[in-house]
Design a protein around this ligand. Structure first.
Ligand SMILES: Nc1ncnc2c1ncn2[C@@H]1O[C@H](COP(=O)(O)OP(=O)(O)OP(=O)(O)O)[C@@H](O)[C@H]1O
Ligand SMILES: [Mg+2]
Length: 648
């Protein structure tokens, strides 16, 4: 049902009242009447009206008084004054006091209807306006809430570049009060080195219509007074504000608005990723160098042992050959560090008693470095760890040497082992699985390290030692080896007070493999079997062949995996043992090994490698391969290894 406007007629003249009531009711309005001011107020108290038709002169009170009452109590009600004595002055006065319109008596009915209709229209319009502005207010409130709750900085600038609005995000991000920034110039919050860049983009907004998108800028934080290097990196999107649409010409620049998003975390992750990629690249390089270098060292080592074998202890050149052999050994220690860092070199993984390994290693170290007193505190029933013993020995030696260097006047080194459980939180930052571990800690009472130094010690080539004293590979390689064993390592140190390195290796259920002491003499053992050498490196092939020949073996050579398989298929019954290189350009050692074992399951295979990728060597070793020998090796080592395998 449509709305019926309500009208109150107030007049002391009965004829006038009745005729107006009759006419307006006929036109469909709801009409009430009052004979004087008192009755009018009574009606108004009971009901609400859209229009009051008000006579000015009444016996009890005049029209102004009634009107004042209406304006104070019913401000939405419109008043039309009817007066017989209307002068222009009184009409103006009544309009001033809030009447909407006036009629001079006598008026004709058409005139009255027109005024009433006009007033009703006005009322409708007012109601619509109220509705619209109410909605606007709600929308604005909503946007204000969204803008203020935004984690991004949202702002507007005037044409001069002064901040006209900025949301609360500046408080959490920059630590400054949003209201205090209003009227400040935008350059006040730009980091000093980025001011020119910011100005360039601001000016571009002035002239262009394109939005600035994805510009990286640094903003000053409130700490900037104390620490001028502190900033927040944001990504900025900004847009010019104009008085006309973007594509219209002759528009006036009114300022800019924009959004700045904190991308500090993203930047940090990018830096970390870059660092990780850099390390990976150096690792690949290091692994490659180690591989080629080991082959060269193999050539030198092999030839030296061939000569040493032929000459007498009293020969004037004997000591030179021994000297060269020592240097080659140092070279191979260096490639071992490179391999460790490149996460290679893990070949022979065996369940091991770590206490025993530490005991052996610390005895050997203590014998040469008498000024360091070594104390061990071993966990009873320590869990087994599955490790490449040579590599963990290398880790221990790196830590011992560092400790020894840190105590130039001598001191104590404490080595402790402990069975521990690491939970999710403990391993969170290391990317390894929680569980049972064996912890090994190496503590010295030396010079210690500053916080700044500690942050870099695991990086390759970081050293604080004098040129020639350290290469900075020790801890980088230690870190790589521990990581390659699914373990973790950390450091605690204080300058002047000493250092503790703790590393954790995953505990395993497996039975510990006892190592039999090598009680054979340091002499070359001979044999007459046929041996197939598989290697792609000419230097290695030549020297290995000569060494084997001089031990009495028959030698067949394959210069790659494919050739090896062809030869083996033909001569499989003649060949007693295969010396197999891991990395070859055509077919890799892992594949060759599988096919050899398929053709002849009892064939003996000795793996030899200068480098292995992705744990290939340790994977083959875990499949019952007969033995492993790391390049560079000398004649004695090779001859012993061969007899050990062939005589099994
Ligand atoms: N126990 C320690 N006490 C004090 N500083 C140490 C200790 N261990 C390592 N550092 C610091 O860490 C740096 C890096 O050690 P790292 O073993 O990687 O290289 P290096 O010992 O300098 O050289 P390299 O081991 O290759 O011969 C050292 O130069 C030293 O500053
Ligand atoms: Mg070192």
């Amino acid at each position: 049902m449509s709305y019926v406007p309500k009208i109150l007629i107030v007049d002391d003249e009965a004829r006038m009242r009745d005729s107006l009531e009759f006419l307006l009711s006929n036109k469909g309005y709801k009409v009430d009447v009052g004979c004087n001011g008192g009755e009018a107020i009574e009606c108004l108290n009971k009901d609400s009206y859209d229009i009051v038709l008000l006579d000015m002169v009444m016996p009890d009170m005049n029209g102004y008084q009634v009107m004042d009452y209406i304006k104070s109590q019913h401000s939405d009600t419109m008043v039309i004054i009817m007066t017989g004595h209307a002068s222009i002055d009184s009409a103006v006065e009544s309009l001033k006091r809030g009447a909407y319109d006036y009629l001079r008596k006598p008026f004709d009915f058409e005139q009255l209807l027109a005024r009433v209709k006009n007033t009703i229209d006005q009322i409708k319009l007012k109601k619509q306006n109220e509705l619209v502005s109410g909605k606007l207010e709600v929308t604005e409130q909503r946007y204000r809430y969204l803008v203020n709750a935004s984690p991004d900085i949202i702002y507007t600038l005037n044409p001069e570049g002064e901040i006209t609005f900025i949301n609360g995000a500046v408080e959490s991000l920059l630590g400054c009060n949003a209201e205090r920034l209003v009227n400040k110039h935008y350059t006040d919050i730009i980091f000093k080195e980025d001011i020119d860049k910011a100005k360039y983009h601001f000016n571009e907004r002035r002239t262009g219509s394109r939005a600035t998108s994805g510009v990286e800028l640094r903003l000053k934080t409130s700490n900037n007074d104390r620490n001028p290097e502190e900033y927040l990196t944001v990504e900025l999107k900004s847009m010019g504000i104009y008085n006309k649409l973007v594509n219209e010409i002759d528009k006036t620049f009114m300022g800019t608005y924009g959004v700045a998003r904190d991308i500090g975390d993203r930047k940090r992750l990018e830096v970390q990723l870059l660092q990780a990629q850099k390390m990976e690249a150096i690792g690949t390089l290091a692994g490659g160098i180690a591989h080629d270098f080991n082959n060269l060292l193999m050539g030198i080592m092999g030839r030296i042992s061939l000569i040493s074998h032929d000459i007498d202890l009293n020969h004037p050149h004997y000591k030179h050959f021994k000297g060269i052999e020592d240097i080659v050994k140092r070279g191979s220690d260096l490639t071992k560090q490179l391999l460790g860092f490149a996460m290679g070199g893990k070949y022979e993984v065996k369940p091991t008693d770590i206490n025993e390994l530490i005991g052996k290693c610390s005895d050997m170290f203590g014998r040469t470095k008498k000024e360091s007193r070594i104390h061990t505190i071993f966990q009873k029933d320590v869990c087994a760890v599955e490790i490449d013993q040579a590599q963990i020995e290398q880790v221990l030696l790196n830590l011992f040497v560092n400790a020894w260097h840190a105590m130039p006047k001598g001191g104590d080194i404490f080595i402790q082992t402990k069975n521990v459980t690491l939970d999710d939180e403990d391993v969170m930052h290391y990317g390894i699985k929680p569980g049972e571990f064996v912890m090994v800690s190496v503590t010295d009472t030396g010079v210690g390290m500053a916080e700044e130094t500690q942050q870099h010690i695991f990086e390759p080539f970081f050293t604080t030692k004098k040129l020639g004293r350290g290469t900075g590979l020790g801890l980088a390689s230690t870190y790589g080896i521990i990581k390659n064993h699914d373990g973790l390592i950390n450091v605690k140190s204080k300058k002047g007070e000493g250092t503790t390195f703790n590393f954790y290796l995953p505990a395993v259920e497996a039975q510990i493999v006892k190592q039999l002491p090598d009680d054979t003499e340091d002499e070359i053992l001979h044999g007459t079997e046929t041996i197939l050498i598989v290697d792609d490196e000419e230097i290695v092939i030549n020297v290995s062949m000569e060494m084997l020949n001089s031990m009495g073996y028959h030698v067949i050579i394959a210069r790659g995996g494919k050739e090896a398989l062809e030869i083996f298929k033909k001569d499989k019954d003649k060949i007693a043992l295969v010396i197999l290189d891991m990395i070859m350009p055509d077919v890799g050692g892992s594949y060759v090994y599988n096919v050899l074992k398929e053709i002849r399951p009892d064939i003996r295979v000795l793996l030899s490698s200068g480098y292995s990728i992705d744990g290939q060597a340790s994977e083959i070793m875990s499949r019952d391969c007969d033995g492993f020998i790391q390049k560079p090796f000398n004649m004695i080592q090779l001859s012993k290894m061969l007899r050990k395998i062939l005589d099994k």
